[in-house]
Design a protein around this ligand. Structure first.
Ligand code: ATP
Ligand code: SF4
Ligand code: MG
Length: 334
């Protein structure tokens, strides 16, 4: 099938019972084979929670409270990741999906050389390989992420943050994954580094064929490097479209606001306005459309009706939006 990961109706809560807050609400999202899908939204919109939830790596008190995450292996029948046994889950993580989480570059072990750590991962993935074979593979992997082989003898502290992050990507690629998930922190100031990494991932997937879910608050990066973009607000996906179309013609007022928060890539400068107000409080979500208190286009009923994500045009099923200005005429394409 063309789809590698199908997220259906995913809900994630922090806490249980009366204290629970829902951080991911009924998310449907499909990752296609070999594509780069970008996920953007302000801090607190639920991007990391979604990534941890779908990989079952949620730290407590996080719990997946509903939905399915269907993974389609290159061969064999699809599996629901959320119902896998612990043993099967380990195998799945190892073999199929590599996750490079925010701050991952700090998870390299400071007391071991890069070579030791990379060779360990390769040995775990290819137990029958020879030492010479593993070394050659390690050098190849570093080269793939643009690091020269003589860096193998370095300790993590001898590398820049960007290089450490790329070592983490090399380790992820050692597993020959079908899916790479990158979660970049909103607080990271180094957009130059994010840019390099996303550019490199986009290029590598052309050669290696994996799909990428890249999470960032920086929509301009995604416009440049991803095939499709999904926008998250208050735990929901509010818009989804091919990158170029989302940039040219955003439909959701929140997407428009995000696009006006960064300078135009090409063409005339536009005014940077940002989005007034602040993201919703999970404990007191606004009624109706969660964006209505900040929406410059809100109209009668927006504080009552929750807009559903769907295709606004029959002839354009690849895009979906959850806004009453663009009522769904068809479900989003799968
Ligand atoms: P950022 O861009 O800052 O990384 P994000 O989109 O990744 O933000 P999440 O970290 O997924 O957002 O957080 C989503 C919501 O869940 C936030 O409102 C956050 O306060 C809440 N949250 C996250 N972790 C916990 C936790 N351990 N307990 C309670 N609430 C949490
Ligand atoms: Fe704005 Fe209403 Fe659309 Fe929500 S549904 S984004 S409040 S116009
Ligand atoms: Mg996050």
């Amino acid at each position: 099938s063309d789809q590698v990961l199908e997220i259906r109706g995913l809900c994630v809560d922090y806490g249980i019972g009366a204290d629970a807050v829902r951080a991911v609400r009924d998310v449907d999202l499909t990752l296609h084979r070999g594509e780069v899908l970008g996920l953007a939204g302000e801090s607190g919109s639920g991007k990391s929670t979604l990534a941890y939830g779908l990989t079952r790596l949620l730290p407590p008190p996080g719990v997946v409270s509903g939905g399915q995450v269907i993974y389609h292996p290159a061969d064999g029948p699809p599996v629901d990741v959320l119902t896998l046994s612990p043993a099967k889950l380990r195998e799945f993580r190892w073999a199929e999906t590599s996750i490079v989480f925010q701050g991952a570059m700090n998870s390299l072990n400071p007391v071991h050389k890069v070579s030791t750590q990379l060779l360990d991962v390769i040995r775990a993935h290819e137990p029958k390989s020879t030492a010479a074979g593993r070394l050659a593979r390690a050098k190849d992997l570093l080269r793939l992420v643009g690091i020269s082989a003589d860096r193998l003898d370095s300790y993590p502290h001898q590398l820049s943050g960007g290089m450490r992050q790329r070592v983490m990507i090399a380790m992820a690629l050692a597993l020959e994954p079908q899916v790479v998930i990158m979660d970049e922190p909103t607080t990271a100031l180094d957009v130059v580094m994010q840019r390099q990494i996303l550019g490199q991932l986009a290029e590598l997937r052309e050669r290696l064929g994996f799909a990428v879910l890249f999470i960032t608050h920086d929509l301009s990066l995604l416009v440049e490097f991803s095939d499709r973009i999904a926008i998250m607000y208050g735990g929901r996906i509010v818009e989804e479209a091919p990158a170029a179309r989302l940039y040219r013609e955003p439909l959701h007022p929140y997407t428009e606001g995000l696009l006006h928060s960064f300078p135009a890539l090409h063409g005339p400068r536009r005014e940077l306005t940002g989005i007034p107000g602040s993201p919703p409080d999970l404990r007191a979500m606004p009624s109706g459309c969660a964006f209505h208190p900040r929406c410059p286009k809100a109209f009668d009923g927006c504080d009552e009706q929750v807009p559903v994500l769907g295709a606004p045009r029959v002839d354009d099923p690849a895009r979906a939006v959850a806004c009453r200005l663009h009522p769904a005429v068809a479900p989003p394409s799968r």
